[in-house]
Each structure stands twice: as structure tokens, then as C-alpha cells.
Design a protein around this ligand. Structure first.
Ligand SMILES: NC(=O)C1=CN([C@@H]2O[C@H](COP(=O)(O)OP(=O)(O)OC[C@H]3O[C@@H](n4cnc5c(N)ncnc54)[C@H](OP(=O)(O)O)[C@@H]3O)[C@@H](O)[C@H]2O)C=CC1
Ligand SMILES: O=CC(=O)O
Length: 289
């Protein structure tokens, strides 16, 4: 099966590599084209523009940073819209808001092309090992056609109905995750300041009812101030912002998420946006009596 892949950041690189390793023919494009070279060593072809990739491939997947990037790759010159049409499918796996996804969907489907949004839950390591959770919505036929690729990329895929539902599900999940990261960071700081050993806190947490892979995976590195990026903080803050907007639209009060968003914004303003979202711990650590 031949697929196109647009966007070779942390996630896109791991996902396209996985497709290659599992026998897919992959044509890649990235805004910074030099990032394609590593994939070429593993058998990928390069498309010089998104339009060229779509022209060549029946299915094209995108994994881009945010709504502005997702829109640009579709609507700008040499973009997806120039070549998409009947018999072709476009699957956007970026985390964006439902409005962005709907705008892309309308443009693609008006050409006769098929559209699926399919954001993912799971970070760099699950992307590398094909253990993502795929939250698809949109064209059911395209979803079914994409299952061989989703089976390589993920451990489970959900079809959630109409376009927008995948984006909403992803934003709800990441709103919870961002709030949890803030509570966890506050707990680490509180344990240390109150004279406890924060490593003991990690052990206690891991044996109780709120044990989870995020605390277990990130806790030890956080205590060493190692925030090497798996999920960049700037993207987590984007997700909080988009989730809060969804809360506004639906009149849902979210004071916990709003406070977490403020911490992520502060961390971004201090230049921590490219580090892992666990770096929010550093700004909570800075607060003193
Ligand atoms: N990292 C993670 O753990 C997870 C991330 N996500 C989501 O997946 C998406 C990608 O994340 P991740 O790989 O971490 O992000 P990265 O920041 O590592 O990569 C972003 C990608 O988007 C491209 N890009 C940015 N702006 C533009 C633009 N204007 N036009 C074209 N391309 C652009 C970048 O190109 P260039 O190389 O040229 O900068 C790069 O390929 C995001 O929506 C994120 O929220 C979802 C689940 C987990
Ligand atoms: O979006 C990030 C993730 O870990 O999921």
C-alpha cells in the first residue's frame, strides 16, 4: 500500500518510519525538506510539495503542529487542495480544533475527495512502537480503507462519527492530561518543600489508585530536571487553549484546566515551549515563600 506523509516532526517521523518498517511504500514531505533525508535512508520517496505527494498517493496522512499548519498545508499554494479529488483520501492526524477540521473536511469533500480526522493519544514512544490510540471521525469508507495503516500505527482505533468528534475527544483527553501534569508537579514540589523525599512520593503514587504511565514514565526524569521533548510544552498549551475554547462554546466551567493553562503559558513565556510539557514543573518549582 502506498501512502503519503506530510509533517516529519517528533510524531510524523516515528509514524512514517513505522509504516516503512511494516512494508508500506511512503512518500514524505516536510516544510523543512532536509528532515526527509533520514526517511529516504529507510526507503521513503520525497515529494517536493504537499500537492506532489497527493498527486502520487491515493491516501495522504498529515501530522502537523497546530491549526495554522494544518490549514496552510491544505489551502496554500502547492497545497493538498491542488491535487485532491475523487478516488483520493486525506487523513489529518494533527491535534486541531473541530472548526479547523471541519473547514478542511468541507474543502476536501467539495473536490470529491474523502476526509478523515484521526488525532492520536500517545506520545513519542507509542508512536515509535505502534501503540497509539487513534480517534478517527469523518468518512467511514476512508476509515475502513485506512485500517491496515492504523493497525501499524496504533494499538486501537475508534471511529467516533462525524468530523469534529475526533478533535473534541482528543482535546478533552489532553485537557485532563495537562491538568494532571500540573497537579503532579505541584505534588512533587510540595513533597520536597515539606521535607519528604519526592522519590518516595513516586513509589507511593505508583502503588495506589492514581498510578498511571505518565507519572511512572516522566516522574524520575522530572526530578532530574530532564525535560527532553516527547510532547512539546507549546503543543500541550495549544491543546489547553483549544479545549478551553470548546468549554466556552459549551458553557462548561473548567477552573482547573484554566489554571493549568496559565502555568503552561507562563512556562512558554519563559522560553520552555520546546521542552517536554513536564517542564511546567520548573516554573512551579520557582515559586517561593
Ligand atoms: N509529540 C507528542 O507526544 C504528540 C503530539 N501530538 C500532536 O501531533 C502534532 C505533531 O506533534 P509533534 O510531532 O510533536 O510536533 P513537532 O513540533 O515535532 O512537529 C511539527 C511538524 O509540523 C510542521 N509544521 C509546523 N508549522 C508548519 C507550517 N506552517 N507549515 C507546514 N508544516 C508546519 C513542522 O515542520 P518543520 O520541521 O519544518 O518545523 C513539523 O513537521 C501536533 O498537533 C501535536 O499536538 C499528538 C499526540 C502526541
Ligand atoms: O498529545 C499528547 C499525548 O501524549 O497524547
Amino acid at each position: 500500500m502506498e501512502v503519503g506523509f506530510l509533517g516529519l516532526g517528533i510524531m510524523g517521523k516515528a509514524m512514517s518510519m513505522n509504516l516503512l518498517k511494516n512494508g508500506f511504500k511512503v512518500t514524505v514531505w516536510n516544510r523543512t525538506l532536509s528532515k526527509c533525508n533520514e526517511l529516504v535512508e529507510f526507503g521513503a520517496s520525497i515529494g517536493e510539495t504537499p500537492a506532489q505527494v497527493v498527486k502520487k498517493c491515493r491516501l495522504t496522512i498529515a501530522m502537523l503542529s497546530d491549526p495554522a499548519a494544518a490549514l496552510s498545508v491544505v489551502f496554500d499554494k502547492d497545497g493538498v487542495l491542488e491535487q485532491i479529488g475523487s478516488g483520493k483520501g486525506y487523513i489529518d492526524m494533527s491535534t486541531v480544533d473541530p472548526e479547523t477540521s471541519s473547514k478542511i473536511s468541507q474543502a476536501i469533500t467539495s473536490t470529491g475527495g474523502a476526509f478523515l480526522e484521526a488525532p492520536v493519544s500517545g506520545s513519542k514512544q507509542p508512536a515509535e512502537t505502534g501503540q497509539l490510540v487513534i480517534l478517527a471521525a469523518g468518512d467511514k469508507g476512508l476509515y475502513e480503507e485506512s485500517i491496515p495503516a492504523f493497525d501499524v500505527l496504533g494499538k486501537k482505533s475508534f471511529f467516533l462519527g462525524q468530523v469534529g468528534n475526533g478533535a473534541k475527544m482528543k482535546l478533552v483527553v489532553n485537557m485532563i492530561m495537562g491538568s494532571m501534569m500540573n497537579a503532579f508537579s505541584e505534588g512533587l514540589v510540595l513533597s520536597e518543600r515539606s521535607g519528604l523525599n519526592p522519590h518516595d512520593l513516586l513509589d507511593v503514587l505508583d502503588l495506589g489508585g492514581i498510578a498511571n504511565p505518565m507519572f511512572r514514565g516522566k516522574g524520575p526524569a522530572m526530578l532530574k530536571s530532564n525535560h527532553s521533548p516527547a510532547f512539546p510544552l507549546k503543543h500541550q498549551q495549544k491543546d489547553m487553549r483549544l479545549a478551553l475554547a470548546l468549554g466556552d462554546e459549551n458553557a462548561v466551567s473548567m477552573p482547573v484546566a484554566a489554571a493549568a493553562n496559565e502555568s503552561f503559558k507562563k512556562a512558554r513565556s519563559m522560553g520552555l515551549g520546546d521542552l517536554d510539557f513536564s517542564a511546567v514543573y520548573e516554573i512551579l518549582k520557582m515559586t517561593k515563600d
